[in-house]
Design a protein around this ligand. Structure first.
Ligand SMILES: O=C(O)CCC(=O)C(=O)O
Ligand SMILES: [Fe+2]
Length: 499
């Protein structure tokens, strides 16, 4: 178990490694490669059949306060636009406006291994897709994942600011580029109309014929503006909401070539097992918990459900603003307009699909493993994670420009929240910069990168933690996963809760 605390620039760490059933049990308790640079007080291995074993450098079981260890604090070079957040005064989730200033959130650096995928690949997956599209002279449509302000309060807001482009090199080796727009007063606003153009992708449902990306960009912007000017905004919004969204790309167009080196590296990572980390009391990160096969199964299942009744749609708030993601609810519907759960989806009356049985099994296993980890590492009760039987799952799909402002998950029953029943979150596809903290303040939030296969739990003392997604790190999804599923660029996230 690796427990990282970012207070006082110090970290105390112990690590638990769990090997997958399909991988060979390690003969020797070798210190995992990704831990070699960390001063770790204690770590443990667990084979699925055997239970816990201590190893590594010895030292006491449980958390110890190793001092002098630095947690990497990364100064964010860009502010975070909050698009969904909690209005504490009203107690409701609401869409926060873009926060100004420089994001100074602290980074808790927890990578299973340094990813060299981006560095190794000459062409990014997106570029690869684009060039294939162009080569085939296919029909395209702009990505539907990012938000567009249908209610468009001010056309002037949508001015790309060339000077505000910034490159953010993430520690896992990926490169993410963010752009912002500025309004007349210099305030920052989200600039998805520009950003989303980088995510041109296929959809068999509605398409705009074009021979170049540029043309798609222009027609897209013009379409939106003319819809707004002609007073057709409501229709444009409704159309967006009811359009089906396929989380995978059309198979025939998609054929990424990955080097065998890359694929082997991913395979090695997949068979390495996973590490359990207590990030803060009640918050546990199970790194690499879901195997590639599990992830493929989850993507395929979500795709199937997502294209059916109650499938992925473009959610929005009461004021017409849209969330920067696509959403599908399983079990029960969560309505962002009313912040309430219900049996049907108000905008189309559809009944949410049931949560697949296999998903719940992963959740149960994740909870049990977290509980075992916490039991061996903390003072009794301190980090406790209660049991939970999920009856709700919210599936979010973030395209490359997707994000989610800091908020609390507080629409579940008062009893569920009081008991601290955990929210269990699966990350699949591209990595995400996940923010969390005790205040709805991006500057004070900590950040951890969630990679494909990671499972995060926050319950007990962390049940009411503010959390959100600052950005999606482009082209960081495992190549094998993309090859197997044709998952489109972006991130699939599933959060399980008990009402
Ligand atoms: O995408 C994530 O990691 C978080 C999603 C989330 O917080 C939510 O759906 O409430
Ligand atoms: Fe949430």
């Amino acid at each position: 178990m690796l427990s990282l605390s970012s207070q006082n620039d110090s970290v105390s760490a112990s690590v638990t490694m769990t090997w997958r059933a399909e991988s060979a049990s390690p003969k020797k308790l070798e210190r995992p490669k990704w831990l070699r640079n960390q001063r770790v007080s204690h770590w443990q291995t667990m084979n699925h059949d055997e239970g816990w074993r201590s190893g590594g450098r010895g030292g006491p079981r449980g958390r110890s306060q190793a001092s002098g260890q630095r947690v990497n604090r990364q100064k964010s070079e860009r502010p975070v636009t909050v698009d969904r957040s909690l209005d504490e005064s009203s107690g409701n989730r609401s869409r926060g406006r873009g926060s100004r200033g420089r994001g100074r959130c602290r980074t808790v650096q927890v990578y299973v291994e340094k990813s060299s995928r981006v560095a190794n690949v000459g062409k990014s997956a997106q570029e690869e897709v684009k060039s294939q599209e162009d080569g085939l002279g296919s029909t395209k449509q702009p990505d539907q994942g990012a938000s567009f302000k249908c209610y468009g309060d001010n056309d002037d807001l949508l001015q790309p600011s060339a000077s505000s482009s910034s490159n953010n090199i993430n520690l896992s080796g990926g490169l993410s580029v963010s752009r912002e727009c500025e309004d007349k007063n210099g305030g920052r606003v989200s600039c998805d109309i520009v950003n989303r153009m980088e995510d041109v992708s296929f959809s068999g449902l509605v398409s705009v014929s074009s021979t170049s990306d540029k043309k798609v960009k222009l027609s897209s912007v013009e379409d939106r503006h003319s819809a707004h000017k002609s007073g057709d905004v409501g229709n444009a919004c409704n159309e967006r909401i009811s359009r089906l969204f396929d989380i995978c790309l059309e198979k025939k167009w998609f054929c990424l070539k990955s080097s065998s080196l890359e694929l082997n590296k991913e395979k090695r990572r997949a068979t390495k097992g996973y590490a359990s980390i207590v990030i803060r009391p009640g918050m546990v990160l199970l790194k690499n918990f879901l195997s590639i096969n599990d992830q493929v199964m989850i993507v395929n299942k979500c795709r199937e459900l997502g294209l059916g009744e109650g499938g992925f749609y473009q959610p929005g708030y009461g004021d017409g603003a849209l969330l920067h993601l696509k959403m599908m609810c399983l079990g029960r519907n969560w309505d962002p307009q009313t912040s309430r759960y219900g049996d049907t989806r108000p905008h189309d009356g559809s009944v949410p699909p049931k949560i697949p049985f296999e998903f719940n099994q992963f959740v149960q296993k994740a909870i049990q493993d977290s509980q075992s980890l916490v039991a061996t590492s903390s003072k009794k009760g301190e980090d406790e994670i209660p049991c939970m039987s999920p009856d709700i799952c919210i599936a979010n799909f973030y395209t490359s420009t997707g994000r989610l402002g800091l908020h609390k998950d507080k629409d579940e029953s008062a009893k569920s929240i009081q008991k601290g029943l955990p929210v269990v979150s699966f990350s699949i596809g591209d990595s995400a910069e996940f923010l969390y903290g005790d205040q709805r303040d991006d500057d004070k939030a900590d950040m951890v990168v969630l990679q494909s296969g990671d499972v995060l739990l926050f319950g007990g003392k962390s049940r009411n933690v503010f959390h959100g997604v600052r950005s999606i790190l482009k082209d960081t999804a495992p190549k094998v996963l993309v090859q197997e599923t044709n998952l489109r660029p972006g991130r699939l996230n599933l959060t399980f809760r008990q009402y």
